[in-house]
Write a protein that binds this ligand. Structure first.
Ligand code: GLU
Length: 472
């Protein structure tokens, strides 16, 4: 088999959204599976809407997801000569022609076709007029010079199977606009051919463009790539994906504290499966993604599943990697992400946190000095009652006198305090936890205190006894 070359061709008119990310992932996986190449092309011919900041953001999201590309990044705006050369070839071989009809005239033709109950289209009136270049003229494809009326343009889609469209459905489309810029279909065909793309994977919003592009391949005498149109991503309610349901930019997921592996895993399963397997490492995805088992029905995005996957990935990530990932979130919260503090505190929440945000919030709570700790009013009212404070005071003297401050010593001391005095743990534990953390939930108390260290533990207990109980 010749080398497989795939590509991702975003338009820089917005950030990378999950639909685009899934298309990019599938293209990338197919290339990596077969040891081929994955190319990236920025389709920036829409000068009004394209922005460099979106290109930068798309590239950053690709890198964050781990989707590296081969070769140089291509920008369509830098390739106009190539497109013009191809348009000239079509003019020379008689499959394209200059058209001088004004936009108003074309509109009128469309209206007339509609009035006759036909598909709105250009009626081909300039086909045989042999116009040359002129102010305001466009170049159109002469569809019937490529394929006879009544024939069918067909292809076998990797996802959708056999697709066939009557040539009569296709318009003599514009290839070069009056401003000299190529149209989308023209540029894409020239680029895909020039970059040696063998497999075009894209969203199925482009499936109606494919027969038009096939005509261009034929007109230019170029071999066709394989096409794969992946279905839309729907919300969990199987309606159009809304923002609430996750139709967001990859960068927003990143800001929400998701791990790239979780998002990649979630995207991979939108329209592709490998038996019943739910969780994949990147290596497994590459090994299993061979272009089969692509589902043609729209896939539903499940935000709950993404959160679940994220928690799984977070628990599986080694603590030192997690320290690197969480450091920017800690810094964002105004604390210095000192490596020793991260190393002490991450293990307390490694199994509990579901996102990097949760992890950062928890760590920052432990990093703060006692006087900066904020106490949740409800938790204080519930646990730091007179009785609760009594326990905190008693434990303070006990802990102050311990010979060492490791989790085991603390555990023994705490249990002895509860048992020897005939208390129940629930009379003591919640008061101590709120005293230490300001909130009701948290890790195992001896582990927590050992990680805080004696000084911070005692200061927090002192502060807690001074915090006033809100009026009931
Ligand atoms: N630039 C197109 C888009 O962002 C993709 C074109 C293609 O993949 O052929 O929708």
């Amino acid at each position: 088999m010749s080398k497989i070359i795939t590509r991702f061709a975003p338009s820089p008119t917005g950030h990378l959204h999950i639909g685009g990310a899934r298309t990019a992932l599938f293209s990338w996986l197919l290339a990596r599976h077969y040891g081929g190449e994955f190319r990236l092309r920025i389709e920036d011919t829409d000068l009004e809407r394209s922005r460099q900041e979106y290109t930068d953001s798309i590239l950053a999201s690709m890198r964050w997801l781990g989707l590296d590309w081969d070769g140089d990044l291509a920008y369509q705006t830098k390739r106009t000569e190539l497109y013009n050369a191809a348009v000239d070839r079509l003019l020379e071989n008689g499959t394209a022609y200059w058209c001088t009809c004004t936009p108003d005239e074309v509109d009128a033709m469309r209206e007339a076709a509609k009035a006759k109950g036909e598909k709105p289209r250009y009626d081909g009136r300039c086909r045989d007029k042999h116009h040359g270049p002129a102010q305001g003229a466009v170049v159109r494809l002469n569809v019937n010079a490529v394929m006879p009326a009544g024939s069918r343009v067909a292809f076998d889609d990797m996802v959708k199977g056999h697709v066939a469209v009557s040539v009569d459905e296709l318009d003599d489309m514009v290839l070069r606009r009056s401003d000299g810029m190529p149209t989308y279909n023209m540029a894409v065909v020239v680029d895909d051919h020039d970059m040696g793309v063998t497999h075009v994977i894209r969203g199925d919003d482009h499936v109606s463009n494919t027969p038009k592009q096939i005509l261009l391949y034929k007109a230019l005498g170029w071999p066709l790539p394989v096409f794969g149109h992946v279905p839309m991503i729907l919300g969990p309610d199987r309606q159009k994906l809304s923002k609430r349901h996750g139709a967001r930019a990859v960068v927003e997921y990143q800001k929400d504290g998701l791990l790239p592996g979780a998002l990649v895993n979630c995207l991979a399963r939108l329209g592709w499966s490998h038996g019943d397997q739910e969780i994949f490492t990147m290596d497994e995805l590459i090994r299993f993604f061979d272009g089969t088992n692509l589902n043609s029905s729209a896939a539903a995005f499940d935000f709950e599943r993404l959160n679940w996957l994220n928690a799984h990935y977070l628990h599986e990530t080694p603590a030192d990697t997690l320290a690197e990932l969480v450091a920017p979130f800690v810094a964002e919260r105004g604390m210095e992400p000192a490596p020793d503090a991260l190393a002490r505190f991450i293990p307390l929440y490694h199994e509990r946190a579901k996102t990097l945000i949760e992890l950062a919030d928890s760590i920052v709570r432990l990093m703060k000095s006692a006087d900066k700790l904020d106490y949740d009013e409800k938790a204080v009212a519930k646990a730091l009652t007179e009785e609760g404070r009594g326990h905190v005071r008693a434990l303070h003297s006990l802990f102050a006198s311990l010979p060492s401050f490791d989790a085991e010593t603390l555990n023994t001391a705490l249990n002895a305090y509860v048992n020897d005095n005939g208390f129940k743990f629930k009379q003591v534990g919640p008061a101590l936890r709120v005293a230490l953390l300001g909130i009701q939930n948290g890790p195992h108390l001896p582990d927590l205190m050992a990680a805080l260290g004696r000084d911070a533990t005692l200061k927090r207990m002192e502060r807690a006894c001074a915090v006033s109980t809100p009026a009931a």
